[in-house]
Design a protein around this ligand. Structure first.
Ligand SMILES: [Zn+2]
Length: 175
């Protein structure tokens, strides 16, 4: 068996982050080892979620682990999502968000308060889950990634401009 490995996290504006990913046809060994690497990479970052295109793989796979971040401890453990889709949404919340692919930028983002999601797990079985709070936010953030969207795409034109200016400055400084 291949040992788990931390993979490089792609940073905005890498084109792999801006393109819709492709559904997984068969959950085989290569998908399982991708999932293992993504979990390792997410925990090492550390982050609460990671989409496959963030490690350069344009497939509909995402992992989320909010244990320790939500009040009451590890209410939900690791969630693996293959080909996820949002079935329904309820309510609205506006909360601060960040992204491992946009390391120096956080902003308040408008999201649905509660979502119902359908996906396949790492055994290939279909499941549905309902979530609110941080899990609902993470689900929407990661599914956006798989559709080629970053949280900055959800901002108002004014805030998008602020982001663009900050990004330009950051890129200039690192050049
Ligand atoms: Zn992200």
């Amino acid at each position: 068996m291949k040992p788990m490995a931390v993979r490089e996290i792609k940073k905005y504006p890498d084109p792999v982050l801006l393109k819709k990913t492709v559904p997984v046809e068969a959950v085989d060994e290569s998908i399982c080892s991708l999932i293992d690497d993504m979990v390792e990479t997410m925990h090492a970052a550390p982050g609460v979620g990671l989409a496959a295109n963030q490690v350069g793989v344009p497939l509909q796979v995402a992992v989320i682990d909010i244990s320790g971040r939500e009040e009451g401890g590890s209410r939900q453990s690791l969630v693996v999502l293959i080909n996820p889709e949002i079935l329904s949404r309820e309510g609205t919340v506006v909360e601060e968000e960040g992204c491992l692919s946009l390391p120096d930028f956080t902003e308040k983002v408008k999201r649905s308060a509660r979502v119902r999601v359908r996906a396949r797990d790492r055994k290939g079985n279909h499941f549905e889950m309902e979530a609110d709070g941080l899990m609902a936010k993470a689900l929407q953030h990661e599914i956006d990634h798989l559709n080629g969207l970053l949280f900055v795409d959800r901002l108002s034109p004014l805030k998008k401009n602020i982001f663009r200016r900050k990004l330009k400055k950051t890129l200039a400084e690192s050049a």
